[in-house]
Write a protein that binds this ligand. Sequence first.
Ligand code: F6P
Length: 421
Amino acid sequence: MLTRGNCIVGQSGGPTVAINASLSGVLQGILESENYNSVYGMVNGIEGLLQGKYLNLSETFTTQESLDTLSITPSMFLGSCRFKLPHYEVAPEVYEILFKFFTTHNITTVFYIGGNDSMDTVVKLSSYAKLKNFPIRIVGIPKTIDNDLPMTDHTPGFGSAAKFVATTMLEIAHDTYIYNIPSVTIIEIMGRNAGWLTASAALARTTYSCAPDLIYLPEAAFSLEQFVEDIKRVQKERKNIIVAVSEGIKDAEGNYISATGTSVDAFGHKQLCGAGKTLENYLKDQLGCKVRSVELNVTQRCAAHVASKTDIDESVLIGKAAVQAAIDGLTASMMCYNRISDAPYQVEIVPHAIEDIANKERIIPRSWINEAGNDVTEDMLTYLRPLIEGETLVGYKNGLPIYCDITHLHNKHFFEHLEEN
Ligand code: F6P
């Protein structure tokens, strides 16, 4: 059992609607367990901590009301980074700075909420602690709209993004079907090399709308010629066609169809965007009918007004479970969802060794995509359906949702005292 040291929590990678719910879960778990004196928050993840940027969260969130508001606030209260920790043999000074901070602040546990790249930080901190025999626990908590972390049934944040995508798809269908002229509307959806979020567009289908008519995912090789043929075939049945397309679709040689630039992040990922626009321009030439593309872009990962209650509730629980696991002695691990049943939907939260997770991508099994590579199967829908269930209660003031104040992230004077030191 741990006895009343302190702990620190960080958030890292791309945002989601549920990552603050996991932070709230960690804070609630700490309050309930009474095993830590104070909980600190890294500002801008491990990169910010290296610059000495942190907050005392025990002083910030003192009431259940403030923790509940945190749970429904989109994106990251603590800010983020896309920072790859160098290997300790290459840059030992980086680890000396971090572990000196942990010692001086009596940190006995580090919680790090992030995706597969951020779990690289969990691996490296855990390995260094083991090497130096440093008494600290390092526990990862998953998040990503991409849903591409291995060993977990799904990731916190995915269900809410999926609910936004499916809802928006249905609303776009209402917008599209009003005109009695042929049209093609292409919706570009995030997810990098994994098509889970694009696949969730299929949840939008109702008795009166079959949008999306076609779905293209990174897991199935994309051909422009086949795409035009698919559109022409559907056009024989319907005037208005709606297509869901992943930002990361690739041709048979693995080249991205999107208009990617040359800029890459610290983990070597290209910024993907423009697949929809590329297909729009191509189709306009081929078909000569009205063609429009819509890039959902960042809206799909911060639309807290349409969050999935299942996702938010589970995200709080996985944060709490991480605290309990750390108290029980867990380290070098990430908390995972294990699905017990689809109907009734039931999951349990279990830890898994971090080496099997960090820097790895879980893509859609080919058997959950139809043979033609332009739709998903019923197995996929069975998997997705429970994840978007339920609605959260967002409070409103002056017509706007009430979220947590994030002044500390954009006020350049907030951490001025650090620059003076
Ligand atoms: O990793 C999550 C994600 O939202 C991806 O779906 C997307 O490709 C990427 O982040 C975009 O990252 P950034 O906001 O850093 O450009």
